[in-house]
Design a protein around this ligand. Sequence first.
Ligand code: FES
Ligand SMILES: [Fe+2]
Length: 453
Amino acid sequence: MTEIVSARGDRSDGVSYQDLLNTDSHPVPAVLRRENPLAGGVQKVDIERYISREAHEREKERLWSRVWQMACREEDIPEVGSYTVYDIAQQSYLVVRSAPDTIQAFYNACRHRGRLLREEPGRSHDLRCPFHGWCWHLDGSLKEVPCQWDFPQVTPEEYRLPEVKVGRWGGFVFINPDPDCEPLERFLGDLSQQFAPWPLEQRFKQAHVAKILRCNWKLAQEAFMEAYHVVATHPQILAGIGDANSQYDVWGNYSRAITPNGTPSPHLNWTPTEQDMLDAMLDRNLDDPPVASLPDGMSAREFVGTTGRQAMQPIFGDGVERFSDAEMTDSFYFTLFPNFHPWGAFNRITYRFRPYGDDHRMSIMECMYLAPYPPGKRPPAVPIHWLGADDDWTEAPELGMLARVFNQDVYNLPKVQRGLEAAKKPGCVTFASYAETKLRHFHRLYDRWVDAE
Ligand code: FES
Ligand SMILES: [Fe+2]
């Protein structure tokens, strides 16, 4: 990776996000006032990072084997004996709730002749291998070996299921295969503070769609880490999105983008009315009849804020008044290195991107919706809904209007993979100094984890 120091401090035309917050009808939370832009100018990244088998092998050895990574939601394994499988590249881990408040993760391989212990989520009293019936307790201790007399070498002490470290944050379960890794809490830094107004542990998994993509996992996630692509990829929403007025900041191992909505794109050569902005936010074709008519004198942002607070009244009661128009309107998208993307406020989105099997030219993109619920009435988490590489996102109607937007996003991705493979070698991709802050931050960390000698 090469860094080129930019001498220019330019910014886009249009209102800054901090100035936009000053127009809010409600007080905004302090976390939205935090800023920490990434210094250091534009960057170039070697295309080999996306297309070479060697990069994938290095990631297996230096990244996936020692970084904290989100394995599942706690609610995916709600009862004692519930388990799920977390696969990353050629590795597979079995994540088990072994006691009411204990979650453990094991290498998903039988200690007899190595069969995967489980391939699907489920629930049972113990973990029995389907091949010859070796069996472990939920805590990984050996329970039973059929014909034990024939295995004098197998002792309960030596034949536990090997474990990996487990950490929990925001209702998510993280694992780390490195026995010497730093604690999850230190890796996360102050991420919990950023999510204090919207704790993700108090959400339930309302939708979970996984789609196979024909591109490297890093190309896939980078398409969701900036608003720079909106002007070319989603032109239909420009009337209601301040794409080039997004704010980008980084702290430790995570970055944050904020893209304002209900404010016009600086790319427009016309001035939308507040009604136009509202229609565009709701992803309407401007020739369609409006989906809601703005009361006189009310801005699109205040309207979305007001209707959003009303919709959440049954959940938060009068507590909804603590939420600003910004929290109801804007997009707050975080990236925790390397591949976990929880969103703040109420967009409900969390993404995860990872290689598909052991193939560096294929990936899995997952989108979860994490929705708030009335106190004491947690609905069960939905199971995962898989879409194949040739399936359309609209085959997941649970994603609502976002499915059409995702189709636009992922349309480019196999063509980016192919283009990089066809490009002149050696070669680089190049990032914007500001709008591609999150990509620059990711690749700085990637340098340190994967490429440092
Ligand atoms: S491989 Fe699991 S019991 Fe034989
Ligand atoms: Fe997009």
